[in-house]
Design a binder for this molecule. Structure first.
Ligand code: VGL
Ligand code: ZN
Length: 203
């Protein structure tokens, strides 16, 4: 792939794979697909959802609420999730079969207890930035391809924010799997289309 293009591999972690705390159906099926994609890119960045044990996105942090309910937080609506990707836990680990030795950066997100961060670029308050935009700008990267988990949360939010930072973003559909909660997948594709995110089946 050209030198101005990067692959963003989103949250391919055990907790999002079958048997994990927030399992995405078929989540592990994309690992070989991503490995073969990644071998064609010079620039690869991997993201890791990485929460403190009492993170505010966990249903367990809200005794009056259950997982998959949506509540209002200071920064807007927040879906409550089963406890997942607790920093340093096994479930937060990247899938062992991911084979991307040349990935230049692994970026963690969601470590701020009070604010969730689906996006690899910005926390859900839309203020706190991770610095990933600067990493890409420093390397002259202008176009991103995205893959990983989950299409309708961390992949789509990252893709939309990529366009916010002036990058052309493309989601590789067969290298993603979705949670699809209450129509979230259809809604995510609509938001991505409105933001100008490209949707491609394979690359
Ligand atoms: C994700 C829900 C909560 C994701 C992360 O990786 O898509 N979804 N945390
Ligand atoms: Zn999370």
């Amino acid at each position: 792939m050209q030198n101005n293009v990067a692959l963003l591999v989103v949250d391919v972690q055990y907790d999002f794979c079958p048997g994990g705390a927030l399992a995405v159906s078929g989540g592990d099926e994309i690992v070989p697909v991503i490995n073969s994609l990644a071998s064609r890119f010079t620039h690869v960045v991997i993201t890791q959802d990485w929460h403190p044990p009492d993170h505010s996105s966990f249903a367990a942090s809200h005794p009056d609420h259950a997982a998959f309910e949506t509540i209002n937080m200071a920064y807007g609506p927040q879906t409550l999730w089963p406890t997942h990707c607790v920093m340093n836990s096994q479930g937060a680990g990247l899938h062992n079969a991911l084979e991307i030795p040349h990935a230049g950066l692994i970026i963690r997100k969601g470590s701020n207890k009070a604010v969730d961060s689906y996006s690899a670029f910005m926390e859900a308050d839309r203020k706190t930035r991770t610095g990933l935009d600067g990493y890409f700008a420093s390397r002259g990267i202008t176009e991103l391809y995205l893959c990983g988990l989950a299409t309708d949360y961390c992949v789509s939010w990252s893709a939309e924010d990529a366009t916010f930072f002036g990058l052309k973003a493309n989601v590789i559909e067969t290298a993603c799997r979705a949670i699809d909660l209450n129509g979230s997948l259809t809604a995510a594709w609509a938001r991505m289309a409105a933001a100008g995110v490209g949707r491609i089946a394979t690359l």
